[in-house]
Design a protein around this ligand. Structure first.
Ligand code: HEC
Length: 115
């Protein structure tokens, strides 16, 4: 019994580790493609903060992935979306996994202790 519990605990730890690695790819894309110019961690600047994006898209990764692919409608500041649309072209050539990782990074970043 204890053995089974231990195996389960290790599996879960392994999974969350994998997810963290997966997120770091999203973080790299976010930093390298210039998203940080308009999106700060905590303060809404020209664009909404990563925290605002994370809260609004919490539990809705698919909607965020669609938005990042240029297929979804904006839900945060639709009136400012003209400024954001051209930015999506900078990430128009990502692989599916990279869109997922980027979305996951934005949704989960504010929950991390080192945010
Ligand atoms: C020139 C400034 C600027 C840059 C650079 C920029 N954004 Fe934005 N972003 C905005 C503005 C303004 C909004 C608010 C409009 C909106 O909510 O649609 C926004 C909104 C967003 C939203 C929320 C969309 C919603 O549902 O309302 C996401 C997600 C986002 N940006 C991701 C990114 C990513 C990823 C990058 C890097 C590829 C990026 N942004 C680069 C200005 C920028």
């Amino acid at each position: 019994m204890i053995k089974k519990v231990l195996i389960f605990v290790f599996l879960m730890a392994g999974l969350s580790l994998l997810e963290a690695v997966d997120n770091s790819k999203g973080a790299t894309i976010f930093n390298e493609r210039g998203c940080v110019m308009c999106h700060a961690n905590d303060v809404d600047m020209i664009g909404p903060s990563i925290r605002t994006i994370g809260i609004r898209y919490s539990g809705n990764e698919n909607a965020l992935v669609s938005y990042l692919k240029g297929q979804g409608q904006p839900i945060i500041y639709p009136e400012r979306d003209a400024m954001m649309r051209p930015q999506l072209m900078k990430i128009g050539n990502l692989y599916e996994e990279e869109y997922r990782s980027l979305a996951r990074y934005m949704i989960q970043a504010f929950m991390r202790v080192d945010f």
